[in-house]
Ligand binder design. Sequence first.
Ligand code: F6P
Length: 354
Amino acid sequence: MTDIRCIGICTGGGDAPGLNAVIRAAVKAAILKYKWRVIGIPDGFDGLIWPERAHELTLKDVSGILPRGGTILGTTNRGNPFSYKTVENGQEVVRDISGEVIANARKLGIDAIISIGGDGSMKIAHELFLEGLQVVGVPKTIDNDLCATEVTFGFDTAIHTATDAIDKLHTTAESHHRVMVVEVMGRDAGWIALEAGIAGGAHVILIPEIPFTIQKLCEHLEMRERYGKRFTIVVVAEGIKLPPEMKHMVRSMAVGNMVGDAISLVARKEVRVSVLGHIQRGGSPSPYDRILGTRFGVGAVDLIAAGGFGKMVCLQQESIRAVTIADAVGKMKTVDPQGEIVRAARAIGIGFGD
Ligand code: F6P
């Protein structure tokens, strides 16, 4: 048992539904189980640049936040104390202020910090740990693409939102005999597209892991027409790799729009595109994400009590475990193109544009 009296907690990177569940659980467990004080650090590690902005989190502060999306602590996906950007005399200057950040944590009386974040935040947490900060991590991303954990909170809510959107597009697509393209999130991995696509009964799913061509995609539309189906739902992950025939298109446009334009050009069909964007990151977390967030929050507090600094909680074989942050960062979990889920999708006629 380590000598801890006060812990800090911060959220970094893009938000995800369930962050408040983690904060609430960590605050409650720290106070009720260990009698520690908790300091809320605003906007990720940036909050330690201005320690006066940090404030104590009491049981009252976390009351009622479980169903709320976002994070009550605020977040940023830009701040990095090892390469902090400022403007001095009109010039951009990049400085390493990690020493200040650690000193400020100590000034606040913080003995250990829970850093909740994605891969980028975990890299920073690991480097701060190497510099002497007692830190534990909680993994977060709606993309569900971290190797070290079977699931991240936020993913379940995101696929509910995306599935609901696909369901709604289904009825209008069918009425108008249209091709509906839905772009969902997933910068490096196609999990949201694959799972929401299957759940929403999509006909074509394009993901970064499976190279596609517009020709093959359009052949799928024609095949559906031969069966008498006059509408098609195409789910596109934002991180797809463009095929050679689309390389000339301007990438500043949402990729879903590019796919939509390419389909209408080749198949001469009426196409409509919906880009779901940050809607998938917002809103109230699903029961699954609330439960996983709660388990991660308690797990992180227990990890501090056990002296497991430099580690991150994760879900493995349905249990909360810990892995070293060093082992977890930079290792992506992508969709296996030959895996069981893709094979199941293909077996029911879903096309991948290949
Ligand atoms: O990693 C989560 C994620 O939502 C990605 O799917 C997406 O590409 C990215 O964050 C968007 O980030 P931002 O909030 O900076 O637009």
